[in-house]
Design a protein around this ligand. Sequence first.
Ligand SMILES: Nc1nc2c(ncn2[C@@H]2O[C@H](COP(=O)(O)OP(=O)(O)OP(=O)(O)O)[C@@H](O)[C@H]2O)c(=O)[nH]1
Ligand SMILES: [Mg+2]
Length: 237
Amino acid sequence: MPPLYSIILPYFNEEGNVPLIETELLPAARRLAGPCEIVAVDDGSADATAARLEELARRCGDIRLLRHERNRGMGAALRTGFEAARGEWVITMDSDCTFHPRLIQALVERQAQTGADCVSGSHIQGGMRGVSALRAWPSYLVNRFYRGLLSRRISAYTAVFRLYRRRVLMELPLRCEGYEINAEILAFFILRGYHVEETPAELTVRRWGSSKMRAWRELGRHVRLARRIILGFGKRK
Ligand SMILES: Nc1nc2c(ncn2[C@@H]2O[C@H](COP(=O)(O)OP(=O)(O)OP(=O)(O)O)[C@@H](O)[C@H]2O)c(=O)[nH]1
Ligand SMILES: [Mg+2]
């Protein structure tokens, strides 16, 4: 039976977070009302991430491992995952599980209630537990900016925690290489008139390792993406 859900996880130097697949993600995935595949994309990690993922994939079924030879960024990793996904629905999430996998159920339920093409987990509505003000405020501001640009109905544009109808995702000409791909995807869904819903999702702090986010680099990428949106990239040719 083909999987109903493809859960895509981007990995970059996250060896200590690989066990979370077994301890937190697989139990949550088993509670979903349909078969699941986990697509882990190792993005040129220099640590033991790939080896640990390989070992896990050998032991548990339903885990597929894809690899980039060199580090290309979260956006590139997600796009590699999208190409490989086979499920009718694609779920994206952080590999540090800072949105707890049990929240996947809320994405799925919201989709079933509304018939949406995309359900976004909103840390703006769900809160940021333990996240420093230095991280939280830029996030509020960037998301407020995209809200003004794209849709008053949607509060969170930058978080990766989402459910997508794969058919729609695959028609989008995505280009972003970094974290800003999450805003790029949502911009396409909204500007092309697809049905987007949100559900509150609490963001917590990672329990192992350090952030890969480089704030100034990401800000520059958001500025370039905003320029593309303003110039009308979402219009159909
Ligand atoms: N494939 C890939 N994934 C990345 C890259 N950079 C970050 N990630 C992943 O993207 C997710 C989010 O990155 P984090 O470093 O946790 O960024 P963050 O959530 O802003 O930072 P924290 O507050 O420390 O959690 C994690 O699953 C990372 O492994 C990258 O260059 N390539
Ligand atoms: Mg994180």
